[in-house]
Design a protein around this ligand. Structure first.
Ligand code: PMP
Ligand code: GLU
Length: 399
């Protein structure tokens, strides 16, 4: 046949989070009530002043191509924000703005990974990491962490994963899917090994502003002197400002890598949407009250979810330090039947939960952790309440 899907794309796993969300949406469109905990997407509207800035930009004629790496004002604003928040100095030329943080990640792997290079990815991991590494000819090396260590990679585990081909360590803190976060000391211990083994580090910090209680976020590049040289930071506006649909993310990297990413992007996509870039600029430079308000709401939901999980029979979950996910341990509920349906793994559990009580979650296996399921609590308290009532009913249902 002249027209076949390439081997590399044929081998690609589609995003399980997007697939589960699409399934829940289709059921809703067919008139079913679904308690949808599938997607990690804030349910708030993008704050009004950000939308107004986008309208103003359109009206002012900012509707053309921009420089490939983004408008200078936004690159400068991102650099300034990192200086202010973390004391890290980056030149605007070290910031490249892309079509969402997912695109930023793809750019990083394309620009840094050579065929056969190994990228060490602690599991549970976000669904897109390993697939994007493979797309770029790299080899994901998955290192399983445990609930005992709060799903954090231990220094000895990192050491054991090292080979001659090790190129990069990928960290996501606060984590999607577990909500746990490394302390500065824990990051420091991993940084020491990265320095010793001459590894690059990709730190996905997209949830940095969604932190609860007394937990303190530290950007990876701050935990040891000189780390900026080997670190690429990924971030964006999707989660912090409820701007998932605007598609703006960015990388902060050494000059040479940023230039390579900008060149790649000039061939790949030209630039991210001009209007979205002006909206992102307003988000960063405008009042941050909206971030505090949304965080307040998320904190209430997290507390609600914590209490409800604690009262579920034989279900546990690590403490959620950040992000908006609960990663529940469902091992005690595998190998049994629910109203006649036998459930042996997390995929079957999530499927049966959806079929029997209309709750959409994402199976742990797609995050590299069988025996778990992810609940996104980026949804209203009333939906959470109805959904948790349904989960409780489900867990207590007869075989
Ligand atoms: N990294 C992580 C850990 C995420 O959860 C997401 C969510 N989609 C992304 C990156 C990508 O974000 P976006 O492309 O919406 O900016
Ligand atoms: N990051 C979110 C999630 O994990 C959005 C979907 C996606 O991009 O994977 O649900």
């Amino acid at each position: 046949m002249p027209l076949e899907v390439s081997e590399i794309v044929a081998a690609l796993e589609p995003s399980a989070t997007m697939a589960m969300a699409a399934k829940a949406k289709a059921l809703k469109a067919a008139g079913k009530t679904v308690h949808d905990f599938s997607l990690g997407e804030p349910d708030f509207n993008t704050p009004e002043h950000i939308c107004q800035a986008a309208i103003a930009a359109m009206k002012a004629g900012q509707t053309h191509y921009t420089p490939a790496a983004g408008i200078p004002e936004l690159r400068a604003a991102v650099a300034k924000q990192y200086e202010k928040a973390h004391g890290l100095t980056y030149k605007p030329s070290q910031v490249v703005v892309s079509n969402g943080a997912k695109h930023s990640l793809h750019n990083v792997f394309t620009s840094v990974i050579n065929p056969g290079d190994e990228v060490i990815i602690p599991a549970p991991y976000w669904v897109s990491y390993a697939e994007l590494v493979k797309l770029c000819g790299g080899r994901p090396v998955i290192v399983e962490t445990t609930q005992v260590s709060n799903f954090k990679l231990l220094p000895e585990q990192l050491r054991r994963a090292l080979t001659k081909q090790s190129k990069m360590l990928l960290l996501c803190s606060p984590s999607n899917p577990t909500g746990t976060m490394y302390t500065p000391a824990e990051l420091g211990a991993l940084a020491d090994i990265a320095i010793e083994a001459d590894l690059a580090v990709l730190s996905d910090e997209i949830y940095e502003r969604l932190i609860y209680g007394n937990h303190k976020f530290a950007s990876f590049a701050t935990v040891r002197p000189g780390l900026q040289e080997r670190t690429i930071l990924v971030n964006g506006v999707s989660k912090t400002y409820a701007m998932t649909g605007w598609r703006i993310g960015w990388t902060l990297a050494p000059e040479k890598i940023s230039q390579a990413i900008a060149d790649l992007q000039s061939q790949e996509t030209s630039n991210p949407s001009s209007v979205s870039q002006y909206a992102a600029l307003a988000a960063i430079e405008g009042s941050q009250d909206c971030v505090a308000e949304m965080l307040g709401e998320f904190a209430q939901r997290r507390e609600f979810v914590r209490q409800r999980i604690a009262s579920l029979p034989n279900v546990t979950c690590p403490e959620m330090a950040g992000a908006f996910y609960a990663f529940i341990n469902i091992q005690a509920h595998l190998g049994r039947s629910f109203r006649g349906t036998r459930v042996d793994n997390s995929t079957q559990w999530c499927q049966t939960l959806l079929e029997q009580v209309s709750v959409a979650t994402v199976m742990g296996s797609s995050f590299g952790a069988e025996g778990y399921a992810r609940i996104s609590f980026a949804t209203s308290l009333s939906i959470l309440e109805a959904g948790f009532d349904a989960i409780e009913r489900f867990l207590k249902s007869p075989a």
